[in-house]
Design a protein around this ligand. Structure first.
Ligand SMILES: [Zn+2]
Length: 78
């Protein structure tokens, strides 16, 4: 399975994410990608190592949580 593919349980095949978009949640030094199957739009997940995120980000439009910007301004509550 390619780096930018997910195993879809509904299709029972490796599929690319819809619109090349995936959420990437980093927790405890591990990353979990979440996307929608491009064929049936079922939610698909894939655990990846954090070190591969830059590589995957070149293939997919990744929305990383938390943001990898340490100096991002904190949101101020009114
Ligand atoms: Zn599918």
């Amino acid at each position: 399975m390619a780096l930018d593919e997910f195993y879809c349980l509904a299709c029972r095949k490796a599929r690319k994410p819809a619109e090349g978009f995936a959420d990437c949640t980093v927790k405890d030094g591990r990353a979990m990608l979440t996307a929608l199957c491009e064929v049936c739009e079922v939610v698909v997940h894939k655990p990846v190592s954090v070190g591969r995120i830059p590589e995957i980000a070149r293939l997919l439009d990744l929305m990383t949580t938390p943001r990898p910007l340490p100096d991002a301004p904190a949101r101020k509550e009114a």
